[in-house]
Every structure is written in structure tokens, then in C-alpha cells.
Design a protein around this ligand. Structure first.
Ligand code: PLP
Length: 415
């Protein structure tokens, strides 16, 4: 009795085997070659370290402030290392597990604890063991808690998360976190009296396709700052920056940056105020794909070895479409016409179904492999062990992303 066992969830890729892509010529292994040589029977996450690093480099160059990578999007250490190589030094962490992971990998990284509701134990651990100084809050209760659990620290950075009205993002995040305007005003004033650095943050929602949403959110932030009449030290415009999916090409990244710069210019912030952002998806989505194998074809539906309880959660109920292609190492891609297929995942749950459509050759069948792209964000991170399908492999490959996103490296040149 009283025996509690812990299970690490932060790096959920259970390595049945780490496919040793480094063995022949590191970084020159392609997905095609890997499938031909290994004939994988478990799903394989194909990481493109060069793509993660290049996306990071582009974003860091484009954004006029500090870029905090939202760790929850993909906490795989190889991904984190590539982002670090691309210049990411700030991390948006939301749990003790993420904080430990980042500190373990990068002793010089700045970790920001951006979850507005934290356990007392987590606050103590973050502050005293991991050197975290910046904390987000959206309630007076959390403000009190932060001082109690840091023994009335005098070196905190406190960021008030402002609620936004329901917006036009594909993933609306307005329902759970954020203080209403009047409450945010009170929290900013209270924080100003207690902390040497304070800030304001918001999140417009994930896969936000409209640059004007950032401008509108900044105008709201401006109204709050005017009422609060306090000097802030950082302004955090959150995440939400979009990437391409089949049939969805977002405006270029530069349009988002221009909208943010216009919005910020209207606020008359003090010169020392740092601008922050917290991208997740935009940094990592193009950098990973997933190779699955077809177990059975039934009409227009393909049973494959990964699904919504694996890395394809967004292809389920949220209905995201992903780029895909057939891999048939024995050569016989007979140029069959493309046709839209739906996928069934491997579990017994009837919700383990992905409508797609996934455009694949009409003659696809058992034993063929499919590469599904743009899965570096919210893919492997959401994998579960449901129904015993807990195996996936990880490999590093040299391929370009399967889809280009405007405003990033022109991978067509690389491929
Ligand atoms: C999830 C999350 C992000 C990252 O969002 P993306 O849409 O992936 O860019 C950033 N900030 C916070 C607070 C989040 O919860």
C-alpha cells in the first residue's frame, strides 16, 4: 500500500529503438532510404534537425525581441537541441517536468514558467532548484501563492495573462486562462508594488491565420495598461504563429511581425520594455514527419499502425489535414492516380479515425508505408500508450519539410 509509481510523460517517445540514422553518413539518411533498409513495423518519427534549427534561426531573426519556445509543442531532446542550435535561449515551460528537462539540457537557458495555475510544490521547485524567476499569473490567489512559496522573493518577474475574447484561431484558447480586463488592471498594479519586473501577456489562439489578431490583442493590452497606469518591463505577444497544411497557406511570417510592430508602436512602451513571444507550432511543425504502415485496406479506408492516440491526434476530431505520400521501397509506384483516403488508427476505439482526406495512389494496400508531414508540433508530444500501442521509433533524417511555409527557408532549394 501507499506505493506510488511515477511515469515520465515529458518525453513520451518510447524508443522501441532509436533508429541509428547516425550510423552511415550522419544527416544524409533520407526517409526513403530508412524505410527501404529498416522496413519499420512500428510508427517512426522522422526528425529533421536542420529544419528545426533553420526555423528557429528565421524566427529569432524576424522577431524584434526574445523568442520563448513553448516546450509542450514538442519536448523531444533532439528537437530542443536543434532549436538551441538555431538560437533559442528562452523556454516557455508549463510544468516541473518541462523545467527539469530544459535545465538538464541547457544550463544557460532562461526558463519562464508560463502556466497561470501552478502547484505550490512546483513553484518552490522552480524557484529554489531551477533558478526560475519569471512566472505567469491570472488571479490574485496565484499572486499570493507565488510570494508565499518563494519566501517573499524580491527578484521575481511577474507576467499577468490577459484573457482575449474568442477569436478566429483554429484552436481557440480563450476558455481557460487569462484575467478579464478589470482584473488584469488590479493584478498589474499589485504586481508593480511587489516585483522588480512585471509584464503583460496574451495568447491569440493556435494556428492564427490573421495577422490583425495580434494588432487587436495589442490594442486591448494597451487599454489595460492605460487603466493600470503602471510601467511594464516586458510585453509578451504569445504564440499562435501558423504554418502551412494542405489547402492552408498562411500569410508570410513578415506580415505577422509587421502587425506586431504596428500594434506595439501605438502603446508608447518604455524604452527598456522587452518584447517576448512564445511560438510552438511555427518553430517545430515542419521539422518532423511520421512514417506509418498500412495493415489493411477497406475501400477508401486504410487501417494504419498509428492514430489519434498516437501522433495523429490533430487528424482526428480537430480535423487537420496533413501532407502525405506513399513509400513503396520495392519500386512499384505505378503512377496510379491519386485518391482521397481516410485512415483508421490501430486501437479498438471507433474514435480512432482520421477523415483526411489523405491523397494517395489508388493502388495503395497492405504493406505500403505512408509518410505524413508537418507533424513536428503536437504530434509525438500527444502520444499515449492506449490499448498497448506504446511503441514508436525515432530517427534523424536529412529530408526537407513536406510542405513549405511562407517566410521561412526555401526548402525547395534543399530538396
Ligand atoms: C501552447 C502555448 C503556446 C504555443 O502556441 P502555438 O500555437 O503552438 O504557437 C504559447 N504560449 C502558451 C501560453 C501556450 O499555452
Amino acid at each position: 500500500m501507499g506505493h506510488i509509481r511515477f511515469r515520465s510523460a515529458v518525453s513520451p517517445l518510447r524508443r522501441a529503438a532509436v533508429l541509428d540514422a547516425a550510423a552511415p553518413a550522419a544527416q544524409s539518411v533520407t526517409v526513403d532510404r530508412l524505410v527501404a533498409e529498416r522496413r519499420p513495423v512500428d510508427p517512426v518519427h522522422c526528425l529533421r534537425p536542420a529544419v528545426f534549427a533553420e526555423q528557429a534561426r528565421h524566427f529569432v531573426r524576424a522577431f524584434p525581441g526574445d523568442v520563448l519556445y513553448a516546450v509542450k509543442c514538442n519536448p523531444e531532446p533532439a528537437v530542443l537541441r536543434a532549436l538551441y542550435e538555431g538560437g533559442i535561449r528562452h523556454f516557455d515551460a508549463a510544468s516541473p517536468g518541462e523545467i527539469r528537462l530544459i535545465r538538464q539540457l541547457f544550463s544557460d537557458a532562461v526558463i519562464h514558467y508560463m502556466h497561470p495555475v501552478k502547484s505550490r510544490t512546483a513553484i518552490r521547485e522552480a524557484y529554489f532548484q531551477y533558478g526560475v524567476r519569471d512566472f505567469v499569473l491570472d488571479s490574485a490567489e496565484e499572486l499570493v501563492k507565488l510570494f508565499q512559496e518563494t519566501d517573499n522573493a524580491t527578484d521575481l518577474g511577474l507576467i499577468v495573462r490577459l484573457a482575449l475574447p474568442k477569436g478566429s484561431a483554429v484552436y481557440d484558447l480563450s476558455g481557460k486562462f487569462g484575467a478579464a480586463e478589470a482584473e488584469a488592471v488590479g493584478l498589474l498594479r499589485a504586481a508593480r508594488l511587489m516585483a522588480p519586473r512585471i509584464g503583460l501577456s496574451f495568447h491569440v489562439g493556435s494556428q492564427m491565420l490573421d495577422p490583425a489578431a495580434y494588432e487587436a490583442a495589442l490594442a486591448r493590452a494597451g487599454a489595460v495598461l492605460q487603466q493600470a497606469d503602471v510601467v511594464i518591463d516586458m510585453l509578451d505577444v504569445g504564440g499562435g504563429f501558423p504554418v502551412s497544411y494542405p489547402g492552408v497557406t498562411p500569410p508570410p511570417l513578415a506580415d505577422f511581425m509587421a502587425a506586431i510592430e504596428r500594434g506595439v508602436a501605438r502603446l508608447a512602451l518604455p524604452a527598456h520594455c522587452r518584447l517576448w513571444c512564445e511560438p510552438g507550432r511555427a518553430l517545430v511543425a515542419p521539422g518532423a514527419s511520421l512514417v506509418v504502415q498500412v495493415l489493411l485496406r477497406r475501400g477508401d479506408m486504410l487501417f494504419v499502425n498509428d492514430g489519434v492516440y498516437g501522433a495523429l491526434s490533430d487528424a482526428g476530431a480537430p480535423g487537420f489535414r496533413f501532407p502525405c505520400r506513399l513509400i513503396r521501397p520495392d519500386g512499384a509506384d505505378d503512377g496510379a492516380a491519386l485518391k482521397g483516403f481516410g485512415l483508421f488508427g490501430p486501437t479498438c476505439d471507433s474514435a480512432d479515425r482520421m477523415a483526411g482526406p489523405f491523397e494517395l495512389p489508388n493502388d495503395i494496400g497492405e504493406g505500403d508505408w505512408i509518410e505524413i508531414g508537418q507533424l513536428g508540433a503536437y504530434g509525438s508530444a500527444l502520444r499515449t500508450a492506449f490499448n498497448g500501442f506504446d511503441r514508436a521509433e525515432v530517427a534523424e533524417v536529412a529530408d526537407a519539410p513536406m510542405l513549405a511555409t511562407p517566410g521561412y527557408a526555401d526548402w525547395a532549394m534543399v530538396a
